[in-house]
Design a protein around this ligand. Structure first.
Ligand code: HEM
Length: 77
């Protein structure tokens, strides 16, 4: 993947879970995901307490890596 952007690559991973996390942050908001990026990454890769929470399966390794690559690439909108 050449360029990873929030709109094309990250938001689609999170849209279906927006409602369950609105009490804390809006996972479809670029500004809010950017502001909480490290916290989000820590939880999507947490083997003991992963997000999305049960009964949903964790994000795949490729999806986790895409989020990391988005962070490392400067969190483009
Ligand atoms: C990819 C999807 C999701 C992401 C990125 C995500 C992210 C996060 C993050 C970063 C926290 C920690 C907040 C903090 O420490 O202030 C959290 C907590 C929480 N999330 Fe999610 N979440 C997702 C999906 C879900 C879903 C689907 C549910 C419910 C089925 C859920 C329920 C909760 C609950 C109850 C907490 C508080 C308890 C805890 O920290 O374990 N989340 N989530």
């Amino acid at each position: 993947m050449a360029t990873i952007s929030f709109a094309n690559d990250i938001q689609p991973l999170f849209t279906q879970f927006r409602g369950q996390m609105l009490w804390r942050l809006d996972l479809t908001s670029y500004d809010q995901v950017k502001a909480n990026a490290q916290l989000i990454y820590n939880r999507i890769t947490d083997p003991n307490d992963p997000m999305p929470a049960a009964p949903f399966p964790p994000l795949t390794k490729d999806q986790q890596n895409a989020f990391k690559a988005w962070m490392d690439g400067g969190m483009l909108p």
